[in-house]
Design a protein around this ligand. Structure first.
Ligand code: SAM
Length: 308
């Protein structure tokens, strides 16, 4: 099945499902993936149902996120169920705190790859950012994930002026040593940031850094369908750069639908005024055709964040 295209001819290739709002760290900058807080969570069967319809309309990739996806006690069961559907790619974004415990079981359950958020290798800085003392635990979890065969393991590093912008080299060496990929992320505004003028103080533009990377790189690749992100291959290692999403280039190349923790389709990362309820229809016992119809409404709602 070919992916369905929206009214701007963007194919819907991936589905990012926020399976919980809960998290076991409290990062100073967290934007919570643009999700509004909700107490309601989908069951593993409901998540499976949603993925089944997604598969039937041509979605190729599933990403599980949160909150922190690994705080769900049924995380392995969720992956196991989704993997029976035969997606080309199942991935998960995690802070890594529980990776030591779950890596092997997740791999066996059918998870392909993971992104792990880790902004620093300095224990004090880690504590300042997350308010927790889990750095060594995360590092052990990362090694376990590589050993379990999750591939690739990507480190998501949000750069902040005066906090960790001078740690790129050290983090790159760490990722290279362990066969991981480094993904550098530009800090964007979030509720947390706005409250305390955080982003004004700590925003660090990645543009000058990209120029440096381009000079050092043996090869630079632009990723089609991935918001035109650049990949830099340097000395046998790999660095990707993720720029802010509130721009037309990001929108033009966006091929992703999102699902909120309470089971609504979220057509755009940057708006919450066009959500489409899905899980209530599953709970009402609606059949595949009706659920597919809900998806099509969600896809039809995909208007860029800056349009009325
Ligand atoms: N708990 C999981 C984790 O830590 O990866 C998944 C959720 S977290 C919201 C997803 C990603 O968003 C993380 O890589 C995090 O670094 C990134 N992120 C959160 N707030 C951000 C912000 N204000 N600017 C840029 N990236 C941010």
């Amino acid at each position: 099945m070919k992916p369905i295209k929206d009214q701007y001819q963007r194919p819907i290739i991936s589905l990012r499902i926020t399976i919980t709002n809960l998290c076991n760290v409290n990062c100073i900058y967290c934007h919570h993936d643009g999700m509004e807080y909700s107490k309601d969570e989908m069951t593993s069967d409901e998540i499976y149902e949603i993925c089944k319809i997604a598969k039937n309309i041509g979605v190729k990739k599933i990403r599980l996120s949160g909150g922190e996806p690994l705080v769900r006690k049924d995380i392995v069961e969720i992956v196991e169920k989704i993997s029976t559907l035969g997606f080309k790619d199942i991935s998960l974004t995690t802070n890594g705190v529980l990776l030591e415990k779950y890596s092997e079981d997740l791999k066996k359950a059918g998870l392909h790859r993971i992104n792990v958020s880790l902004d620093t290798l300095n224990p004090e800085t880690y504590k300042f950012i997350t308010k927790k003392d889990y750095l060594e635990k995360v590092k052990r979890g990362l090694i376990k994930a590589v050993d379990a065969g999750l591939y690739p393991v990507k480190i998501n590093m949000v750069l902040m002026k005066g906090i960790n912008e001078d740690e790129v080299e050290e983090m790159f060496e760490f990722t290279k040593k362990h066969g991981m990929i480094l993904q550098l992320i530009e800090l964007v505004d979030s509720e947390n940031c706005e409250d305390d003028k955080f982003s004004e103080e700590y925003h660090y533009s990645l543009e000058p850094l990209e120029d440096e990377l381009a000079e050092k790189a043996d090869e630079v690749v632009t990723r089609e369908f991935m918001q035109s992100r650049k990949k830099y291959y340097i000395d046998g290692g790999e660095i990707e750069v993720v720029k802010p999403m509130d721009n037309t280039e990001f929108c033009k190349n966006c091929t992703r639908l999102r699902i909120t923790p309470d089971g609504k389709i979220k057509p755009c990362l940057l708006r919450n005024d066009n959500l489409v309820d899905l899980v209530s229809y599953i709970r009402n016992g609606d059949g595949e055709d009706q659920l597919k119809e809900r998806f099509l409404i969600g896809i039809n709602n995909r208007k860029p964040f800056n349009m009325e």
